[in-house]
Write a protein that binds this ligand. Structure first.
Ligand code: ZN
Length: 269
């Protein structure tokens, strides 16, 4: 046995013992099986759950969106952006850019209180699990996130980090050209996020999340991506030009008549 495998074997015996001691009588079976099959066994139930979701990213994405659907569109909520220059921006729960998924339950007016996930709004149970496997009847008051929602959020805000997984999901074919994906292939939002803000802003909130999740993520070869980004940038520049308040507007004309949406988009950039 090599030194490394000896070290690993010893470490795993200790980790397994620690995990066994901390493990409650009820624990998700799939998570435990996953944990015990790791080259390095996670030594706590919490780490076992995190490891499980990291390995099941697409499932975490689907689950987070399904939980959001259960919460539904918060009454009276609309997607707004904040500005870091605003007083109270930090506590507003608003994002400064449309590139981040809207999260209404982080806004004080819609927060669901302790024990509820600030992403999907549903109750959080032991170890950040989303179901009350323990029959506690009440959520875990100290928890603010589901373990699955943390994983989904990471994918939504930095999908490029998961290019390998997303490539495999497409069987290594470019989503635009159908050609084999090259090593330099890039992750792209099928519907670009600026258009989500412009055209889908009033969609129900759970539907909006799909624009950050796998339904709107694709991997394309770099050459295709550059071309798509170029077309999008051109279209945005055109709208900006049209939205710019022009000096030659007739007296009394409201410059906003041109395109208030494009104006917001400029503010949001
Ligand atoms: Zn959640």
């Amino acid at each position: 046995m090599s030194k490394t495998s000896e070290w690993r074997a010893e470490r795993n015996v200790a980790a397994r013992a620690r995990l066994d001691r901390a493990l409650p009588a009820v624990f998700p079976g799939a998570v435990l099986r996953h944990a015990l099959a790791r080259p390095l066994i996670p030594p706590t139930p919490r780490l076992a759950i995190e490891s499980y979701w990291r390995a099941h990213l697409l499932r975490a994405d689907r689950l987070a969106r399904a939980l959001a659907l259960r919460s539904g569109h918060p009454e009276g909520w609309t997607w707004r952006l904040g500005s870091i220059q605003d007083a109270g921006f930090k506590d507003s729960g608003l994002a400064a850019t449309f590139r981040l998924p809207p999260s209404p339950f982080r806004e004080p007016a819609h927060a669901r209180g302790k024990g509820h996930c600030c992403l999907c709004g549903q109750p959080v149970y032991r170890f950040g699990w989303h179901r009350d496997l323990w029959g506690a009847g009440v959520p875990n008051k100290n928890a603010r996130w589901h373990a699955a929602c943390v994983t989904a959020w990471k994918l939504w805000v930095a999908p490029s980090d998961q290019v390998k997984l997303l490539k495999a999901r497409q069987r290594h074919r470019c989503a635009a050209s159908g050609k084999r994906l090259l090593r330099t292939a890039e992750v792209d939002h099928r519907v670009p996020l600026y258009r989500v803000w412009r055209e889908h802003r009033n969609d129900p909130w759970p539907t909006l999340l799909g624009f950050w999740g796998t339904p709107n993520l694709q991997v394309v070869n770099r050459v295709v991506h550059v071309e798509k980004c170029g077309l999008e940038a051109g279209e945005r520049a055109e709208r900006r030009r049209a939205a710019r308040p022009a000096a030659q507007l007739p007296d009394g004309a409201d410059p906003e008549w041109r395109d208030p949406t494009a104006r917001d988009e400029i503010a949001a950039d």
